[in-house]
Design a protein around this ligand. Structure first.
Ligand code: GLN
Length: 427
């Protein structure tokens, strides 16, 4: 059956294989030496299964696809406030290599343009350039699930031609944004951009973000869910530079492109995409990479803002188990809107029962917001002279009995207690 998906991806690639629009990046001379026709696509599902099409073995340099990952690492290492003090999160609407800072704060507009990315490198704690780079290198490797290597030729090539980035680094130093020596920080930045990846690596790195920071091969958490949420947010608004608006409308996935020809795109909770084709448009994004992502999004329905249906009812079934005892069976993921539905229903129906039993054994997941809301359930019911019990065999509520309704391991136990309560013998 997986063949069907494979054929789908092959077809999308075949539809774009003849397009030769765009040009290789040549401001880094080594990048102009790659085969312009190289074309590959990988799609990693959240469980780690990877589909590949075209040539997924081509190695290319990660370039700016590195930026969200170093930003995430900086957030992990020094926390959001310290990072926010040095790097904004506003789309600049400008080219990636623009020499600019926010007028008011004198800090880079966002971490997805070079100024912000160079500042992010300087935030990675380390006494030496090597120490900083090693952390970055290890982090990317952990996200990809394998040890990545550096392309020394591309590194040297960018080192000798990087006047513009040097200008940016020295400007940042003059505004007090850089912690450390600008040349050393630039060296780390250029090394990070020269890390070699395949589309499979990009898909896996993207999937790690899609999974909220847990890499699929080793099943290892490499970043916290909050850090990933922040990182994906700036990828949405700034990841495709001055093409961000068009990208979000047409493709609708947080993404990052690089002048090496790679694009990584993330569908949160679902999958990661890596695509490679080195001919770039005027904004520095891979022409066929963007086309393939557009087609994938449209054909497979991957836009993150497509509303397929309203969230399902959390209450799957309600019945009176005995006179005055009403059971509410809940299912699915219990988040804010589900908990709200439960509380409102109890409110409306509390004239019809003495004891409400919430049956949670079919709940897959529950978040803190829903936990907090259910915490108030017993109190509001007792204000109306009613009682609330919970059947929670897997302990999804993870709470003490005092704060919440009384918790039981089985429905039978809850029913017995409910009947006893109604008979007035419940202490
Ligand atoms: N290393 C490149 C640079 O700084 C990365 C740019 C990019 O991929 N957009 O110019």
């Amino acid at each position: 059956m997986a063949e069907l998906v494979q054929r789908y991806l092959d077809q999308i690639l075949a539809d774009h294989v003849s397009s030769t629009d765009g040009a290789l990046a040549d401001y880094i001379p080594e990048l102009a030496r790659v085969d312009p026709d190289g074309f590959g696509l990988s799609l990693s599902l959240a469980d780690g299964y990877v589909y590949e099409s075209g040539d997924p073995t081509i190695e290319f340099t990660i370039q700016s696809v590195s930026k969200p990952f170093t930003y995430a690492l900086a957030l992990e290492r020094i926390g959001r406030d310290a990072v926010d003090a040095k790097i904004g999160v506003e789309p600049s609407g400008e080219a990636f290599n623009v020499i600019s800072v926010d007028e008011a704060t004198k800090t880079p507009m966002n971490p997805m343009i070079n100024a912000g990315a160079i500042a992010a490198v300087s935030l990675i704690p380390g006494a030496t350039a090597d120490e900083r780079f090693n952390q970055i290198h290890e982090f990317y490797s952990a996200c990809a699930g394998r040890q990545l290597a550096v392309d020394d030729d591309v590194y040297s090539s960018e080192k000798v031609t990087g006047s513009r980035n040097r200008a940016i680094a020295y400007m940042l130093q003059s505004f007090g944004v850089l912690d450390g020596d600008p040349d050393e920080i630039l060296d780390v930045y250029v090394r990070q951009c020269s890390i070699k990846v395949t589309t499979t690596d990009l898909a896996r790195m993207a999937a790690t973000l899609a999974r909220g920071g847990v890499e699929a091969v080793e099943e290892r958490r490499v970043a916290s869910a909050e850090v990933v949420q922040r990182t994906l947010s700036v990828m949405v608004t700034c990841g495709m530079y001055d093409a961000a608006g068009d990208w979000v409308s047409a493709v609708g996935m947080p993404a990052k492109s690089g002048v090496g020809g790679g694009i990584a795109a993330v569908l949160p909770g679902q999958l990661g995409i890596g695509v490679y084709s080195p001919r770039l448009d005027s904004k520095g994004n891979s022409v066929r990479g963007v086309e393939v992502c557009r087609a994938l999004s449209a054909n497979l329905g991957l836009h993150f803002l497509s509303v397929t249906r309203e969230s399902r009812s959390t209450i799957r079934h309600t019945y009176d188990a005995s006179p005055g005892v009403r059971v509410y069976e809940l299912h699915g993921d219990l988040l804010f809107t589900g908990a709200e539905q439960v509380l409102r229903t109890l409110d409306q129906e509390c004239g019809e029962f003495d004891v409400a039993i919430l049956e949670l054994s079919r709940i897959d997941d529950i978040d803190d917001a829903a936990r907090r809301m259910l915490a108030g359930m017993r109190q509001s019911l007792s204000a109306a002279g009613k009682e609330g019990f919970v059947v929670d065999p897997d302990d999804v509520l993870r709470v003490t009995q005092q704060t919440y309704a009384r918790v039981f391991g089985t429905l039978d136990e809850a029913l017995n207690a409910a009947r006893a309560h109604r008979a007035g013998s419940d202490g």
